[in-house]
Design a protein around this ligand. Structure first.
Ligand SMILES: [Zn+2]
Length: 233
């Protein structure tokens, strides 16, 4: 039976999740030894960071060797009603279908088969519909996903990167969004990174800090080596 590899630490640096630690000590959350334990935390995730984080966490499930994209749909009550990532259709083995960008013909490329994250998030919805919802996406949606977003009644698109802005697919998506009254804006995180360190989490410690230094001096931070600016390119 195939065994899943569980990363010891996950870092979301505002744009990408990284599962391998580096040696750059930096934290964006106040360590517990400097926190006022009589007051509520101020360094909790904002809703938008939480939802974009879920989109990128979903992206980590993608088998695509080049582009791992995630999407998260949220309703007006800040409830998550759908998540998705780019992958092959159900029942179509991702060991059989190609992951290549190039081939002798289009049938040998992934483009003929991969379902984009936005499509999957809409189809994975757990509510009767997603009318009026907001979708958080890593990349600005392509024209095909824009059609799905519009037809599903989603009214807001929050994206991390618009690196394909010059492509016709993106231009067409924006034309359709403008006509259909779908608002779109770039995600601006308050925190530069989010860390989940499975090794550092100590559930017996009453005021633990996810991803922060532990009593043993073990550090969960330093996982990021990219800036938001890097990832937006
Ligand atoms: Zn798409």
């Amino acid at each position: 039976m195939k065994q899943d590899t569980i990363p010891k630490a996950v870092c979301f640096n505002g744009s990408k999740f990284l599962s391998e630690p580096t040696n750059q000590p930096e934290t964006s959350l106040a360590p517990h030894n400097t926190r006022d334990l009589t007051k509520k935390r101020e360094d909790y995730l904002e809703w938008s960071e939480y939802f974009m984080g879920l989109a990128f966490l979903s992206a980590m499930r993608s088998k695509d060797p080049v582009s791992q994209v995630g999407a998260c749909i949220v309703n007006c009550d800040n409830k998550v009603v759908g998540v998705g990532y780019n992958g092959m259709p159900l029942g179509c083995s991702d060991d059989v279908l190609p992951w290549n960008k190039y081939g002798q013909n289009r049938l040998e490329t992934k483009y003929m088969y991969v379902c984009h994250a936005e499509m999957n998030a809409v189809l994975n919805k757990i509510s009767s519909d997603v009318k009026g919802c907001t979708i958080y996406v890593a990349l600005f949606p392509c024209n095909e996903c824009a059609k799905i977003i519009i037809q599903a009644g989603i009214k807001h698109v929050i994206y991390m990167s618009d690196k394909h802005a010059s492509k016709d697919e993106t231009k067409a998506a924006k034309i359709m969004f403008d006509l259909a009254g779908v608002e779109y804006r770039k995600f601006v995180p308050r925190q530069k990174k989010i860390i989940i360190d499975f090794e550092a989490i100590d559930w017996n410690y009453p005021n633990q800090d996810l991803g922060q230094k532990t009593d043993e001096g073990r550090s969960a931070d330093g996982l990021e080596n990219l800036t938001l600016e890097d990832c937006a390119k």
